[in-house]
Design a protein around this ligand. Structure first.
Ligand code: ARG
Length: 580
């Protein structure tokens, strides 16, 4: 109800001008009400009471009666326990609904554009993508969509793990099994198996370990054949990643690949620049940065950021520092977002601190670790497949679609053929994504097929169903969606009022979810809108009403609801089917 505050504030200031309270006092007190059933906007008068030497109740009563004539037709005022409460007037809401009806963006305005790099997904080559990568992909995709909708210039970067010492053993193992066998089940298409075999040979076979170490040197020296073999591993993996991205319906494409290998030529420069800035220290042959202060390990010993190991190899941190240099100096970005799990919190804090001290970023650059929690199974354990291996993501997504298909067969047996396939995909994938996005990302969430695919509650299928239901209403109506754009919106019942309030708040919620990088806030809002619609649909006849103007008004609210859902879900990367 930002808009309500915006419109009421000057009128309130004028009405209370004789009370002897500063404008800034009043303005800072106006805020959204906590109990939205009571009010939209509330103004606590407790701090004014000391100033005016009256009880809060007296102050709120006095203010309420002074402002109520000025706010006529905009908001109802009341005084409750020392709070002035404002509740949007139906006429005011109806005029807002009519303005939003004409607006494709449902009132969401664009910000001054910033250049924002979003680092997300980032699976590792020759390893199975795990559910953590699923979270990063889904949350990152939604953040990208929201920021783009807000008018920002967003650069997507998929920082895949495609460089470093493990590639020595992976390439040697590839040579052992033979390049031709790659595509076979036993090849690296079964990444878990491939990686584990390479690892166990490395640990048990001295000769293999030596070969692997020499291979790392060849790779770092950019030996042509070694790079070719490395390229095979990267190619097979990225093909697999793309399969997952396509199923997930996310924006990532090959152009967005910016793996660790892309920064390999910058790594020596990172060390040099840190050395020049006096930050680099020698610790047992390794080059490290000690940040001091709170950066200590469990024993209280200073914690180093390792830049170059004793054997000359660079580290994950070095690669992230190079990455900052690249994003700031080559891409000239303003903001850097890293959608990565909470376990890497300390890594990013330390990397950002080193980068700031070394002058790789200035104070005008905002680097943020957009962290997220784990995916748990019903026993509260990290989600694993039955055999205890990592869950293969494509299998998980296929299962989602097949479960959705079974549900549709039950709920809507008329849906057949290709249409059924398309809708099953929208529902299955939507359910998985929404389950991930609808809880505060910093928290863990439990992966629960029944719950995420339920047609009730805060789930994608429920929201998608509300959307499809509205599309059905229009298919049965004599008026179509364009016909109602100029409707005179009548807000006569409590249900219409509540629904209009939700629609009104859409733009504010999108702003809030995108500026705080919290997609779950948008989920909560779309769910409230759908619930308000369900009550409205139950209480207010739409096509059955005799009064054509009222029918048009109610259809206009239907249109606004459907658009809140489809634009909202769209910002989460979820589709809204017209039938289901
Ligand atoms: N590949 C890493 C992993 O799987 C994530 C990389 C995140 N991005 C970054 N710039 N460090 O854990």
């Amino acid at each position: 109800m930002r808009q309500l505050i915006h419109e009421c504030a000057p009128l309130i200031l004028e009405a209370v001008s004789d009370m002897g309270i500063g404008d800034e006092h009043i303005l800072s007190l106006l805020g959204p009400a906590t109990d939205t059933r009571m009010a939209d906007v509330a103004m606590p008068c407790h701090s004014l009471s000391a100033l005016l030497k009256k009880s809060p109740v007296n102050v709120s009563e006095e203010i309420s009666s002074l402002i109520s004539p000025s706010l006529e037709g905009i908001a109802f005022t009341s005084s409750v326990n020392g709070f002035v409460n404002l509740k949007a007037h139906p006429e005011w809401l109806s005029s807002k609904m009519m303005a939003i009806l004409q607006d494709e963006r449902l009132g969401v305005v664009k910000d001054d554009p910033r250049k924002i790099v979003v680092d997300y997904s980032a699976p590792n080559v020759a390893k199975e993508m795990h559910v953590g990568h699923l979270r990063s992909t889904v949350i990152g995709d939604s953040i990208v969509r929201m920021l783009e909708f807000k008018g920002h210039n967003v650069i997507r970067e998929n920082h895949i793990g495609d460089w470093g010492t493990p590639f020595g053993m992976l390439i040697e193992h590839l040579i052992d099994i033979g390049e031709e066998d790659l595509a076979l089940e036993k090849g690296i298409s079964d990444f878990d198996h491939f990686y584990k075999e390479a690892r166990s040979k490395f640990d048990s076979d001295e000769v293999f370990a030596d070969r692997s170490r020499s291979r790392v040197v060849l790779l770092q020296g950019e030996d042509a054949d070694t790079l070719r073999l490395w390229g095979i591993l990267v190619g097979v993996s990225t093909t697999y990643f793309n399969e997952v991205y396509q199923m997930l319906d996310v924006l990532l494409e090959d152009n967005d690949l910016m793996g660790e290998s892309a920064y390999r030529h910058l790594l020596p420069q990172v060390a040099e620049r840190l050395h020049e800035s006096g930050l680099l220290e020698n610790s047992d042959g390794a080059s490290v940065v000690y940040l001091g202060g709170k950066w200590v390990n469990r024993k209280g010993e200073p914690l180093p950021v390792i830049i170059r190991k004793g054997d000359g190899g660079f580290n994950y941190s070095t690669s992230d520092l190079a990455c900052i240099i690249d994003r700031v100096e080559r891409l000239s970005c303003d903001d850097l977002l890293y959608v990565v799990g909470t376990p890497q919190k300390q890594h990013f804090e330390m990397v950002f601190e080193v980068a700031s001290r070394a002058g790789f970023m200035q104070s005008r650059h905002n680097a943020t670790h957009v962290n997220f929690g784990s995916v748990l199974d019903s026993d509260g354990q990290m989600l694993k497949s039955r055999a205890g291996h990592t869950v293969k993501l494509v299998d998980l997504l296929r299962e989602a679609v097949s479960r959705a298909k079974d549900l549709i067969s039950l709920k809507n047996p008329d849906l057949k053929g290709e249409e059924k396939e398309i809708v099953s995909k929208m529902i299955g994938i939507g359910a998985v994504k929404y389950a991930d996005l609808s809880t505060d990302r910093a928290r863990d969430y439990t992966f629960d097929w029944e719950k995420m695919l339920s047609f009730e509650g805060n789930t994608a299928p429920y929201l998608q169903y509300s959307h499809a239901r509205i599309c059905r209403i229009f298919s049965l109506s004599i008026m179509d969606r364009d016909d109602v754009k100029d409707a005179n919106v009548i807000i006569g019942t409590e249900e219409e009022l509540n629904l209009a309030r939700c629609i009104m708040n859409f733009s504010e919620v999108v702003d809030n979810a995108s500026s705080t990088l919290h997609p779950h806030k948008l989920c909560t809002h779309i769910h409230s809108t759908s619930s308000a619609f369900a009550s409205f649909y139950e209480a207010c006849p739409i096509l059955k009403t005799e009064d054509e103007a009222l029918m048009k008004s109610r259809l206009a609210l239907c249109d606004l609801t459907a658009r809140s859902i489809s634009i909202g879900l769209g910002l989460l990367g979820i589709q809204s089917p017209e039938k289901m």
